[in-house]
Unconditional design. Structure first.
Length: 295
């Protein structure tokens, strides 16, 4: 094996590690939600350049935020099975390299957003990054209040997309923010239930109440999932979309809610996993339904 081959393989592995730092599945979801907000807020023909810009910008800024998160939690990630093989714990990327990468990615994303959409959307994106990286991240070891804090940047992408399209925050933006905000709670808590053993190793305290996998936590998950039923109808009620999407959102909400009853009954890992995957399915299906119904 010659030097050129070794250099190529090293470069490929390094690029792969940097890409891994972006947590692409999460960042793609952020980009999707931002595009959803943009399309819902667009009147008339869609500006494709703006759509691509807010989606790409959202992906990069999200990637920057989660990279900062990984730098801050690098010593804790070593303790958890699900995170021990990330680029920082394994030494594939140094903390200095990750910080430089995060700043570079953020600046590119931020410049894309303010250059092709508007400054307001860019500033909201910056605010989202700051809350996620520097408030939510350290609060994860303090208590379940972290879930409330984390739900704010988690719900901002559709609102930012709306602002990118309209330049302003109206009640419509708050509606789509509210749906995604409330969705965060069953989503977060289901993940925390499934990953409880790992989270305890790192000192993360995300489950509500006493922080146990018990009926109290299951009831909290059920209540917040229940809130999605009336919230899912607000876009129809206020005329953002039609009746069809409201019916579909209600149907998906009922299915999502039904999963929580099983968790209340058996408090099992299996039921929590179902809720976790149910949360992943619920949000994009409902958002796509709103967009199709608007068209």
């Amino acid at each position: 094996m010659n030097i050129q081959t070794l250099t190529y393989e090293w470069s490929t592995l390094k690029l792969g590690a940097y890409y891994e730092l972006l947590k692409p599945r999460l960042s793609y979801l952020v980009a999707f939600s931002s595009a959803f907000g943009f399309l819902l807020g667009t009147e008339g023909s869609v500006d494709v350049i703006k759509l691509i810009s807010i989606s790409l910008g959202a992906f990069l800024i999200s990637g920057s935020a989660v990279t900062i998160n990984q730098v801050i939690e690098r010593k804790l990630d070593v303790l958890m099975k699900r995170t021990s093989q990330r680029p920082l714990p394994t030494g594939r990327v140094s903390s200095k390299e990750a910080i430089i990468f995060s700043l570079t990615v953020f600046l590119i994303g931020f410049l894309i957003v303010i250059s092709y959409t508007n400054l307001f959307a860019g500033l909201l994106s910056l605010g989202s990054l700051l809350i996620y990286a520097f408030i939510y991240t350290p609060m994860k070891r303090v208590g379940p209040i972290a879930v409330f804090i984390g739900a704010i940047p988690g719900a901002l992408p559709p609102l930012i997309g709306w602002v990118a399209a309209t330049g302003a925050i109206g009640y419509e933006a708050w509606i789509i923010f509210g749906i995604q905000f409330i969705w965060q709670f069953p989503h977060f808590w289901a993940i925390a239930w499934v990953s409880d053993e790992d989270y305890r190793r790192a000192g993360f305290k995300l489950l509500p109440g006493g922080g146990s996998k018990d009926l109290n936590t299951a009831i909290n998950i059920m209540i917040y999932t229940l809130f999605l039923l009336p919230l899912g109808l607000l876009p129809t009620y206020f005329g953002l979309t039609g009746l069809t999407s409201g019916i579909l959102a209600t149907f998906c909400g009922v299915l999502f809610l039904s999963q929580t009853f099983q968790l209340m009954k058996d408090n099992s890992h299996k039921s929590a996993v179902r809720i976790m995957f149910g949360s992943f399915i619920y949000l994009p299906i409902v958002q796509i339904a709103y967009l199709i119904d608007k068209i």
